[in-house]
Write a protein that binds this ligand. Structure first.
Ligand code: ADP
Ligand code: MG
Length: 606
């Protein structure tokens, strides 16, 4: 029978600490929140080696008296709960008196603190929960806590940490949330010596202050034209994207209750309701704050984010949706006013060439022409054109052709800038231009990815992409892999990236590249946990979507070329997302629909 043993107090405290301090970002969050609770006006954060080497948080808050310092750092202790009744309300936000103690248990921690007006402060050094030094510190009001070598005594935890880029992204995200939620506090955040954020305090809790913070955190482009929303009844204040400047992904959404970051499911659903008319496939950027009495919600405490349940969820949903809707409809461009045309005699006019179907110069492709086209299509730009002797025979072409291929094709024209219509050797073919382009680009790019380094198009001017520092870190995590996929991306500041090149198969414009990177930052996770083919597919799917321009009008030559490229696809009948790229109506089907005498009554004669 296995023997039951008592765990040593050290082991118990390490296990408990692991629950509070999951990763460097959770330590940072606790330290900054303590500084905020202490009434700090300025908070300085220094991070080294993604928080593994050092997390230092320094504030000008109320300080801790020398008598209390040891207790604060070494016991479950709090100055924030004085009576049992308080426990109910304060505990909702994790004033459980265990953060400092937990961090000290799993790191080498030093804390120096001095109360305002005191002659001197006290500095403690603690290793794995034990005091190793205790001395006076200079009378600088406020508290500085340094956490070094996090998890040095819990190797299993240390091993569990992700790549530096991932941990740094979590750290920056934590800083972003604190910065957004506290416009009245100045923040100076440095990572490995470089400034990530330097934001001054804007007093007053004004709309302007919040808008400024949103621009500092999310980037000027995402914050452009943001709308300020409030509703006193539910303590709502928010800044949200205007209808004409939405973001490519969900990554710019921040939700808070009583200034603590929460995962805001109900609030986010309300917001999406308000944006339904405007957003298409885009997403709002937002920072949404609710100030509520503790009795009005429950929280599930989780180290990174609080999961909130509102007592009156439908009220919150309705009021958030209504407030956002009002702001959006005020900002939306006035809808065109339709007035009924005055009644008049109906005139039948002959259809003009500019009618629904744009009549193209008929372009006929015959089997003979195909071998010419094949030569042109197979030759990448700049490569030596194939000579006549190398051309494939008509028989080869017929053999390679997919089942749907019914030459000869004659291009008739384009419908609604979206559909290409061809007469075929057996009736009519209608090609969905965008689905077909997407498919062609997708397969071409996938082929290049799996065979070699894709051909690359260098931008004349590198494309600047502004995005939150944490999102930029996410992308930098993928930097090496993206380079091998044709995207050369580098950091251009804490919250900005430069895109120098993109795969030429994608024919990206500057704004396609920016949009692609923004979208990617919201979708990708840790590249180490993602198989190579999943990476390729994720990136290719996103990229081919950006590559296709809506509503392009095509020249007849381009239309024919597209049909031809589609023929060369492995699975040309469907787009990468599985929708059909084309549909065909056979001659028999046409004859049947018009009840022609020769129609085969639905039975196809070939
Ligand atoms: P809690 O925040 O739940 O009270 P912590 O373990 O985070 O518990 O902190 C313990 C106590 O240490 C706090 O209640 C507070 O009195 C004191 N303390 C921690 N950090 C600071 C700080 N930066 N400034 C002033 N007091 C602090
Ligand atoms: Mg705390």
């Amino acid at each position: 029978m296995p023997q039951i043993r008592m765990l040593s107090p050290e082991t118990v405290s390490k296990i408990a600490a692991g629950e509070v301090v999951e990763r460097p970002a959770s330590a940072l969050k606790e330290l900054i929140e303590n500084s905020l609770d202490a009434g700090a006006r300025t908070i300085r954060v220094d991070i080294e080696h993604a928080g593994r080497a050092l997390i230092r948080v320094s504030d000008d808050g109320c300080g801790i008296s020398p008598d209390d310092l040891e207790t604060a750092a070494l016991r479950h202790s709090t100055s924030k709960i004085s009576s049992f009744e308080d426990l109910d309300s304060l505990s909702t936000f994790g004033f459980r008196g265990e953060a400092l103690y937990s961090i000290a248990a799993v790191s080498r921690l030093s804390v120096a603190s001095c109360e305002h007006g005191a002659d001197s402060g006290l500095r403690l050094e603690i290793e794995g929960g034990k005091i190793v030094s205790k001395r006076q510190s200079p009378p600088v009001p406020g508290t500085t806590i340094e956490v070094r070598d996090l998890f040095f005594n819990v190797p299993a935890r240390a091993k569990f940490l992700k790549s530096d880029a991932t941990e740094r992204a979590h750290l920056l995200k934590t800083a972003e949330e604190c910065i957004l939620a506290n416009p009245d506090v100045a923040f100076h955040v440095r990572a490995d010596g470089a400034a990530a954020f330097d934001v001054a305090a804007s007093p007053g809790g004004s709309a302007r202050a919040l808008l400024d913070r949103a621009a500092q955190v999310m980037g000027a482009r995402a914050a452009k034209g943001m709308l300020y929303v409030e509703d006193a009844e539910i303590g709502l204040t928010a800044v949200i994207s205007p209808p004409d400047n939405l973001a490519a992904s969900r990554s710019l959404q921040y939700f808070f209750v009583n200034r603590r970051p929460v995962s805001g499911k109900a609030v986010s659903q309300a917001l999406y309701r308000a944006y339904a008319r405007y957003r298409g496939k885009n997403h709002p950027a937002c920072a949404v704050f609710l100030e509520l009495p503790p009795a009005d919600f429950d929280v599930n405490i989780h180290p990174q984010k609080l999961d909130v349940r509102f007592k009156n969820e439908s009220l919150i949903f309705r009021r958030v949706a209504a407030a956002a809707e009002a702001a959006l409809s005020g900002a939306a461009k006035p809808a065109p006013v339709f007035t009924a045309p005055p009644p008049q005699a109906v005139q039948i006019e002959p259809p003009s060439a500019e009618g629904i179907v744009r009549i193209a110069e008929p372009v006929q492709i015959t089997l003979e022409d195909l071998s010419d086209l094949m030569g042109a299509a197979a030759a990448p730009a700049g490569a030596v054109r194939e000579t006549a002797e190398q051309r494939l025979s008509v028989e080869d072409l017929a053999e390679q052709a997919p089942a749907w291929w019914r030459p000869p094709y004659r291009y008739i024209g384009q419908l609604e800038n979206s559909y290409l219509i061809f007469e075929t050797g057996d009736g009519l073919a209608i090609v969905d231009q965008h689905a077909a382009q997407e498919k062609v680009i997708f397969e071409e790019y996938m082929r290049q990815l799996s065979s070699k380094m894709p051909a690359v198009q260098q931008f004349m001017m590198p494309v600047l992409v502004e995005l939150p520092a944490s999102a930029a870190q996410n992308i930098l995590n993928w930097k090496d892999w993206l380079l091998s996929a044709g995207f050369e991306i580098e950091q251009a500041g804490p919250a900005a990236l430069l895109v120098r090149s993109a795969p030429s198969a994608l024919r990206f414009t500057d704004s396609d590249a920016a949009n692609f990177v923004e979208r990617l930052s919201g979708e990708v996770g840790d590249p180490d946990r993602c198989a190579e083919d999943v990476k390729r597919e994720t990136v290719a799917l996103l990229a081919c979507k950006r590559a296709v321009k809506a509503g392009d009008s095509l020249s007849p030559q381009e239309a024919v070329r597209l049909l031809y490229d589609l023929k060369n696809c492995r699975e040309g009948m469907t787009c990468p997302h599985g929708r059909p790229t084309m549909t065909a109506i056979s001659s028999d089907e046409l004859a049947r629909r018009f009840k022609r005498p020769g129609a085969a009554g639905g039975i196809k004669e070939r």
